[in-house]
Design a protein around this ligand. Structure first.
Ligand code: AMP
Length: 283
């Protein structure tokens, strides 16, 4: 695996590869776990030259404390990626991604971005889209791989890429969505889980338990949400738990034929976790 820190070196490496191979890209913020590795595996299975980025994007954190406290484990991550036979690890500095002498357009997340995560984490989606767009401009991949765990993020990235391709601003590329990888107890793997104590880790499994309870409760949103909430103990401080349309993230009254997404965000101790489950659809 080649470790690259600068945009110019990455572009040089990829210019050569591009003539012969498709390029697959997996953007991450590091502190890698099996969820990230599943995206990488899928990218490799699709036959791509695989580029993984590790960049803790300051623009998408709502508080300085959350940004500072985000786990940074580059040495361990690099070893994991080497073992996974990744071709390139791109680990740039903030100045490399957003050089001061250049300006980068703000990207409006639109109405989908105002709901749920957008409401509880002001600025998060605008910051996320700005960095994803910039990274896609640097890597110019044929496909980029994202986790369904961050379902609203996937919806917004897909919306952004479609618009950019449609306007001719970006070459056609695919946004690939990969299923959520969970612990044996059902907890969605997340870099933030590293900050949970043993007891908190146990409580955190209630989030998935609630989604499953909701998924078995019928077709009406009211009964689904009620059953899901009933599965949560006081250790879980809920921010939202709703049944929504899988692409618009608008609240739905009942599960439509294509399915709906039950989404949850909650605090366990001082760690904020999100999860979701597609229910009633074919997936
Ligand atoms: P992050 O490093 O948290 O920004 O995540 C990088 C990518 O990995 C995003 O596309 C996430 O949705 C994805 N991801 C994070 N956790 C999981 C998981 N448990 N299963 C599958 N994908 C995940």
């Amino acid at each position: 695996m080649r470790l690259v820190h600068t945009v110019s070196e990455l572009k040089e490496v990829l210019a050569e590869v591009r003539t012969e191979r498709s390029i697959g890209f997996v953007p991450t913020m590091g502190a890698l776990h099996k969820g990230h590795l599943s995206l990488i595996e899928r990218c490799q299975q699709d036959g791509n030259f695989t580029v993984v980025s590790i960049f803790v994007n300051p623009l998408q954190f709502s508080s300085e404390a959350d940004y500072e406290g985000y786990p940074r484990t580059l040495g361990v991550d690099a070893r994991l990626l080497t073992d996974a036979s990744v071709d390139v690890l791109f680990a740039p500095s903030a100045a490399e991604v957003f050089p001061k002498e250049q300006s980068f357009p703000e990207i409006d997340p639109g109405v989908v971005g105002e709901r749920f995560e957008g409401e509880f984490r002001p600025g998060h989606f605008a910051g996320m889209l700005k960095v994803v767009s910039r990274l896609l401009d640097i890597v110019v991949p044929d496909g980029a791989y994202f986790g369904e765990k961050d379902a609203q993020q996937v919806a917004l990235v897909t919306q952004m890429v479609d618009a950019q391709v449609h306007s001719g601003r970006r070459e056609p590329m695919s946004v690939m969505v990969c299923p959520t990888i969970r612990s044996e107890q059902g907890l969605a793997l997340s870099s933030r889980n590293l900050r949970l104590s043993g007891a908190e880790l146990e409580s955190a499994t209630e989030l998935y338990g609630a989604l499953v309870a909701g998924s078995k409760a019928g077709k009406q949103s009211a009964e689904i949400v009620e059953a899901a909430k009933a599965a949560l103990s006081p250790a879980i401080r809920l921010e939202y738990l709703e049944l929504v349309d899988a692409s618009s993230f608008e609240i739905v009254e009942r599960i439509p034929s294509g399915g709906a997404r039950l989404i949850i965000a909650a605090w366990v101790g001082d760690v904020r976790l999100i999860d979701n489950l597609l229910i009633g659809g074919s997936k």
